[in-house]
Design a protein around this ligand. Structure first.
Ligand SMILES: Cc1cc2nc3c(=O)[nH]c(=O)nc-3n(C[C@H](O)[C@H](O)[C@H](O)COP(=O)(O)OP(=O)(O)OC[C@H]3O[C@@H](n4cnc5c(N)ncnc54)[C@H](O)[C@@H]3O)c2cc1C
Length: 438
């Protein structure tokens, strides 16, 4: 009898899985030579001392975020990523950072500089990309939409609690049939006595399975324009279910939302969203923030690799002693220095009122592409451990993929910048553009 058939016989009697029922070895016992990411490595990526570019306030915030992320969040993230569950107990720790609401002034929001806000995104993403997406959806999409497009009463009612993370928000634009082409959305808003009735479906909406406040976009059936609404958790006709089997950002609870005759009172219609163009006010800022996620992810991957190469020995020497490995590490370091400068310049353009949507789109597209290269090099450097979430790089590698595709895919953001620099929009195939002119 072959070994394989002996094992099959054993399995048939007992455990349905192929293992022997014993729990996996703790990673520290299984692989004693290198420290896993639950004990986060010190910051080594800041080779050109970019910290000098930050104000005292920005430096202070960066340190605070770094400390909380490394000490409180790093130890639990692999476990929750593997389970694809959200660690609700970390919300108070994230709240203690006082970053929700970012640049919004008043209404209990921190009123940070855009640079401080961006640095906090990077520091969160350095340790865990899912955590940074959770914060971004809540803060840079949902809260910012309420701040930029909401009435005074809506801002006073919703923002203070969201700023403290006492309530959580999501932002529902994408639909199953309309992703990159979101402006063609089909969810409708029909005027009725005292408010609106929403009907339709949304997909991919981060935080939506548990959000208290849902910012939902729908097409006004009278004007045919896109309007925005605040929908509350538990509204009759609203159903959000989790999208399973994601390979990246597994902690983020992305939902499919069914919206069946959901009534929204007049007071919850966002008065500043009267066309799809109005969402661009929000997207321009949030794309700057999203551009900092790949930067932060790359920083974390570099720091892990730097430590790993010094700890792990092969052929009688640390991996860091091999020329090929040093070149890869330096390549990663160079990418991060360039990415930081692009992200930083975007913030300065925004602060001086010069930033265009093309600038923001180029930043998001380019940093996500460079980060893909950076984390791939990191994955190679860690050998087999480069495919284990325990050593961060595999998790970061997977987390980067959805970031490459959300808030405008790499292609769509490139086309936004392309339109700006050429004056020619190329989103629709020429054949369709011609037909629409006929
Ligand atoms: C993890 C995750 C979280 C998300 N969170 C949210 C959220 O909170 N709220 C929300 O509203 N949405 C969210 N999204 C949706 C996200 O914004 C969309 O996935 C994204 O806009 C791309 O749409 P799509 O997936 O339908 O891809 P498609 O639009 O189907 O695109 C598929 C491919 O075709 C390319 N393509 C499409 N059109 C063109 C064109 N004109 N020219 C050239 N190439 C083109 C794209 O670049 C891409 O490579 C999330 C998505 C993910 C994966």
């Amino acid at each position: 009898m072959s070994a394989a058939s002996v094992n099959q016989g054993d399995n048939a009697k007992g455990d349905a899985t192929s293992h022997n029922g014993l729990p996996a070895l703790d990673i520290a016992t299984a692989f004693p030579q290198a420290t896993p990411a639950t004990k986060f490595p010190p910051m080594k990526w800041d080779y050109y001392m970019f910290d000098d570019l930050l104000s005292t306030e920005e430096k202070f915030l960066r340190k605070k975020v770094q400390e909380v992320m490394e000490k409180e969040i790093a130890p639990v993230m692999v476990e929750y990523w593997e389970k694809a569950e959200f660690p609700f107990h970390v919300i108070p720790k994230l709240a203690s950072l006082s970053v929700a609401g970012g640049t919004i002034k008043g209404y209990g929001c921190p009123g940070l500089s855009i640079t401080a806000s961006a640095i906090s995104v990077a520091e969160i993403a350095r340790v865990d990309a899912s955590c940074s997406t959770f914060v971004l959806v809540h803060s840079s999409l949902a809260m910012l939409t309420i701040a930029l497009c909401g009435s005074e009463a809506q801002k006073e009612k919703y923002l203070p609690s969201l700023a403290q993370f006492n309530t959580v928000a999501c932002w529902a634009l994408t639909e199953p049939d309309y992703g990159s082409d979101a402006s063609s959305m089909r969810t409708t808003a029909t005027r009725v006595n005292g408010g609106w009735v929403l009907d339709g479906q949304k997909r991919w909406i981060g935080n939506s399975t548990f959000a208290d406040v849902l910012v939902v976009f729908a097409r006004n059936t009278s004007t045919n324009q896109i309007n925005g609404f605040i929908v509350k958790k538990g509204a009759p006709g609203l159903l959000a279910t989790k999208i399973e089997n994601k390979i990246g950002l597994r902690i983020v609870q992305n939902g499919d939302i069914l919206i069946k005759k959901v009534f929204v009172p007049d007071e919850d219609r966002l008065p500043g969203v009267n066309s799809f163009q109005d969402t661009n006010k929000v997207l321009a800022v949030s794309r700057v923030m999203v551009a900092w996620q790949p930067i932060g992810i790359s920083m974390g991957v570099f720091d892990i690799c730097h430590r790993y190469l010094k700890e792990r020995k092969q052929f009688g020497a640390p991996l860091a002693a091999f020329q090929l490995n040093q070149e890869k590490l330096v390549h990663m370091l160079g990418n991060i220095q360039a990415m930081f400068l692009v992200g930083w310049r975007l913030c300065k353009l925004y602060e001086s009122g010069k930033m265009t949507s093309g600038h923001a789109s180029l930043g998001k597209a380019w940093t996500s592409k460079k980060a893909r290269e950076t984390v791939s090099l990191g994955r190679e450097l860690l050998g087999g451990n480069g495919i284990l979430a325990d050593f961060l790089v595999a998790k970061a590698f997977c987390d980067l993929e959805p970031i490459f595709s959300y808030e405008g895919t790499y292609d769509i953001n490139s086309l936004v910048t392309g339109r700006e620099i050429t004056g020619i929009a190329s989103f629709k195939p020429p054949i369709l553009s011609k037909q629409s002119r006929l």
